[in-house]
Design a protein around this ligand. Structure first.
Ligand code: C2E
Ligand code: CA
Ligand code: CA
Ligand code: CA
Length: 288
C-alpha cells in the first residue's frame, strides 16, 4: 500500500471518530499489508518463488498435451503461500511486472530443460495479469526473452483474463495481434466469471477458451449444460479450442466427451506439481 493510501485510511478513521481499538486493528492490517509488500519485494530479489505445473489433458485419449505454470511463494517465515494471497498485492503495487518476467523466464527455461533432458517438447501456458500485459515493455521483453533463450514462441501460450480485453482494449488488441504474429498462442482464462461476453471472440485473436471451474461444476443443471454447450459450439465455429477447468470427477470427464470438449485440467488428472514430479507424471503417461 502506498503511503498516500495509508494517510487516507488514517484520515478517514479520524474523520469517523471511531473508537480507539478499531483504529488499532486497522493500523495492524495496514502494517501487515505493508510488510507483505516489502516481503514480496525482497522475495523477488531472493528468488523465493517456484513454479508448479498442471497437465493440460486431451479429453479423448488422456494424453498430456501441455501444462499450465502456476506460481508458489516459499515465504521465509510463513511457509508456502498460494498465489491468490499475493498476486493481487503484486498487481496493485506494480511488482507483478518484475514477478511476471521471472515467471516467463523460469517457465521457458524449464520447457527447454525438459526438451534437452527428456526429449519432451511440451507447450507451456503462462498466466499474464492485465497490468503486466498492458505494460509498455511487455512485448519487447517477451521478444528479448525468446532471443536470449533461443526459445520457439509457438511453444508458449499466454493466458489472459477478460480484463485484458476490457482495459484500453485498442492497445491490448494490437499487443495481442503482435504476440500472435510471433507464433505465441493465446488463451482466454476464467471464462464464465465476469462478463464472459462471446463478442470478445470476434474482436480478439484468441486460440483457446478456458471454461472456469464454477461453470463446469454446474454441468448437471439444465441451464448450466445449455451454457456450456452453447459456448463450445460457438467457439468451435470460430476455430477456438476449449479447455474445461477444475475437472475432478469421472462423470465430468464423460460429460466432456459427450459435448466434444477437447481438453481439460483438474485434480482428476493431477494437481499442479513441482517440475520434477510433473515430468515424472508425463514420462509415466508416455510409458503406459
Ligand atoms: P487460474 O489461472 O484460474 O488457475 C487455476 C487454479 O485452479 C489453480 O490455482 C489450480 O491449482 C486450481 N485448480 C486446478 N484444477 C483444480 C481442480 O480440479 N479443483 C480445484 N478446486 N482447483 C483446481 P492456484 O495455483 O492456486 O492459482 C490461483 C490463481 O492465481 C490462478 O488462477 C491465477 O489467476 C493466479 N496465478 C497463478 N500463477 C500465476 C502467475 O504466474 N501469474 C499470474 N499473473 N497469476 C497467477
Ligand atoms: Ca490460468
Ligand atoms: Ca482459470
Ligand atoms: Ca481463476
Amino acid at each position: 500500500m502506498k503511503h498516500a493510501d495509508i494517510a487516507m485510511y488514517q484520515a478517514k478513521e479520524r474523520g469517523k471518530n471511531q473508537v480507539h481499538y478499531f483504529t488499532e486493528e486497522l493500523n495492524q492490517k495496514i502494517l501487515q499489508h505493508v510488510t507483505l509488500e516489502q516481503d514480496l519485494r525482497s522475495g523477488i530479489k531472493n528468488k523465493e518463488f517456484e513454479l508448479y505445473y498442471q497437465p493440460k489433458v486431451k479429453v479423448e485419449t488422456g494424453e498430456i498435451s501441455g501444462c499450465e505454470c502456476l506460481i508458489r511463494w516459499h515465504h521465509p517465515t510463513r511457509g508456502l503461500i498460494p498465489p491468490n494471497q499475493f498476486i493481487p498485492l503484486a498487481e496493485n503495487s506494480g511488482l507483478i511486472v518484475q514477478l511476471g518476467e521471472w515467471v516467463l523466464e523460469e517457465a521457458i527455461q524449464q520447457q527447454l530443460f525438459w526438451k534437452k533432458m527428456y526429449g519432451i517438447d511440451l507447450p507451456i501456458s503462462v498466466n499474464v495479469s492485465a497490468h503486466q500485459f498492458a505494460h509498455e515493455n511487455f512485448y519487447t521483453r517477451l521478444q528479448q526473452i525468446f532471443k536470449d533463450f533461443e526459445f520457439e514462441p509457438n511453444k508458449l501460450d499466454i493466458e489472459v483474463t477478460e480484463s485484458v480485453l476490457l482495459d484500453d482494449s485498442n492497445h491490448n488488441l494490437s499487443i495481442l495481434k503482435m504476440i500472435r504474429s510471433l507464433g505465441v498462442t493465446t488463451s482466454l482464462d476464467d471464462f464464465g466469471t465476469g462478463y464472459s461476453s462471446l463478442a470478445y471472440l470476434k474482436r480478439f485473436p484468441i486460440n483457446v477458451l478456458k471454461i472456469d471451474k464454477s461453470f463446469m461444476d454446474d454441468y448437471l443443471s439444465r441451464t448450466g449444460s445449455v451454457f456450456i454447450q452453447t459456448i463450445i459450439t460457438m467457439a468451435h465455429n470460430l476455430n477456438i479450442e476449449i479447455v474445461a477447468e477444475g475437472i475432478e470427477q469421472q462423470d465430468q470427464l464423460n460429460y466432456l466427451k459427450s459435448v466434444d470438449c477437447e481438453f481439460y485440467q483438474g485434480y482428476f488428472c493431477s494437481k499442479p506439481l513441482p517440475a520434477k514430479n510433473f515430468i515424472e507424471l508425463v514420462q509415466d503417461s508416455l510409458n503406459k
